[in-house]
Design a binder for this molecule. Structure first.
Ligand code: ZN
Length: 98
């Protein structure tokens, strides 16, 4: 089976979490992936995700939800991932202050 590893360069640990946000263009909805992280690097991936999230400008009709941290389980689909609200409180600042 394909093993998804942490996105931090040089880490190489199997991913345990996926950092993503709900994206939709009105027809399709999917989890837009910002990165995969091992337990040690959830914070790193989140900071990077937030920078990209803030930079992203949706085209008309598109909408991007807040960033979430999902438990990643190989072989499961996005819909089956559970959010880790505890980690989100620790690592995410979104929605950003206006
Ligand atoms: Zn890692």
């Amino acid at each position: 089976m394909h093993i998804v590893t942490c996105d931090v360069p040089g880490c190489g640990e199997p991913a345990t979490h996926k950092v993503a946000s709900r994206w939709t263009d009105g027809r399709f909805t999917e989890l837009k992936t910002y990165g995969f992280a091992c337990t040690n690097h959830v914070g790193d991936i989140c900071s990077e995700a937030e920078i990209r999230w803030l930079d992203y400008e949706p085209v008309p009709g598109e909408s991007v939800g807040a960033i979430g941290i999902y438990h990643y389980q190989p072989g499961k689909t996005d819909r089956q991932f559970h959010r880790d609200y505890e980690l989100e409180e620790t690592y995410l600042a979104c929605p950003p202050p206006v």
